[in-house]
Design a protein around this ligand. Structure first.
Ligand code: TLP
Length: 345
């Protein structure tokens, strides 16, 4: 039987045996009363890892980002983000829906090109413009193919934000991938944001869960907002236990990066496919299709057991993770070559 090779996202991993055992044995309590020892331990450890005063366990990365926006901003203000940002493209306009916040996308915010113009996007408070209140960064930048933002770039944004009295939130869903690529400590990146969200349920392999970290009073308010959003979980230690195991998986991400590099190198030689190898920095590969649409390519691969996702009309996204081996990647490469050769013939 055809073995499915699922490269749609690093969210598809299934919890390891170790995680399942940790979940089964977790000590739990009612977290809404602050009485779940496993959640408390996860929040304490997570805060330390990103060097923030406090942390909050949330069900999803989206909720973490949205709580950050809700907690940093009053209604009717603007939050600046990269025009490729997850908060802008993939969170169902939640900032508008739940926080009354308008997102203000800026091209190339993540590289030196956009950084030079960032100040021009801050609104003049003397006019009828909405007030600028927050800058959301994303590292790695998903829609750009998992590219990293260097600490110097983050520092430049942070300095400017401080100068203008703005807050900075970091969507660090894959911040450990960024730190690994940059060969720096994760705190060298999180230092340049007031709040940070990171995901346990992506490359780190937990079934559920993300962390929002920041100053104590900010997290206290975010905790109230989480409850208002229906995210106050009870015996959530069952899930936090998997999160604690996931925190030990950061060193494994190196294999995901190797697999992505291998996949990209192989596919870059295939006529009909185009890859910017310079952007293959972490666990994603963006492939441009020349002779068919992304949707057609996805369907043809899916029929052969290789699952991938579209990221544009002619762009397909491949994501490596814990549950695909180098052998799976090699098998996927052979299948892709056949599918493309058939189409080119
Ligand atoms: N990203 C998912 C999809 O939503 C696109 C994926 O498969 O990559 N920030 C970033 C940078 C993300 O990539 C994601 C998930 C989130 C936030 C949201 O996390 P969840 O899915 O837990 O809400």
């Amino acid at each position: 039987m055809l073995k499915t090779i699922d490269l749609r996202s690093d969210t598809v991993t299934k919890p390891s045996q170790l995680m399942r055992e940790a979940m089964m044995n977790a000590e739990v309590g009612d977290d809404v009363y602050g009485e779940d020892p496993t959640v408390n331990l996860l929040e304490e450890r997570a805060a330390k890892i990103v060097d923030k005063e406090a942390a909050l366990f949330v069900p999803t990365g989206s909720m973490g980002n949205q709580l950050a926006i809700m907690t940093h901003c009053e209604r009717g203000v603007e939050a600046i983000c990269d025009s490729l940002a997850h908060v802008y493209h993939y969170e169902m306009a939640a900032a508008a829906m739940f926080s009354g916040v308008q997102l203000h996308p800026v091209d190339n915010l993540h590289n030196d090109l956009g950084l030079g113009n960032l100040k021009d996007h801050f609104r003049d408070p003397q006019s009828f413009f909405p007030r600028t209140r927050l800058i959301c960064l994303e590292n790695t930048l998903n829609r750009d193919g998992g590219t990293v933002m260097r600490p110097e770039q983050m520092a430049a944004v942070y300095r400017l934000a401080q100068e203008y009295g703005l807050s900075v939130h970091l969507d660090g869903a894959r911040i450990f991938n960024a730190a690994l690529y940059l060969q720096c400590d994760v705190t060298d990146l999180t230092a340049y944001a007031d709040s940070v969200m990171f995901c346990l349920s992506k490359g780190l392999g937990a079934p559920v869960g993300s962390i929002l970290a920041g100053p104590k009073d900010f997290i206290a308010q975010a905790r109230r907002n989480r409850k208002a959003m229906g995210g106050g979980m009870r015996q959530a230690g069952i899930l936090a236990a998997a999160g604690l195991v996931a925190l030990n998986n950061t060193a494994l991400l190196i294999h995901d990066h190797e697999k992505a590099r291998h996949l990209a190198a192989e596919l870059s030689t295939v006529p009909g496919l185009k890859i910017d190898l310079g952007k293959v920095q972490t666990n994603m590969v963006m492939v441009e299709t020349e002779n068919m649409t992304a949707q057609e390519f996805v369907e043809k691969l899916s029929a052969q057991g290789v699952l991938v996702g579209t990221a544009g009309k002619f762009t397909v996204r491949f994501v490596t993770h814990l549950d695909v081996s180098m052998e799976d990647i090699q098998n996927a490469v052979e299948i892709i070559k056949e599918v493309v050769a058939y189409k080119n013939a």
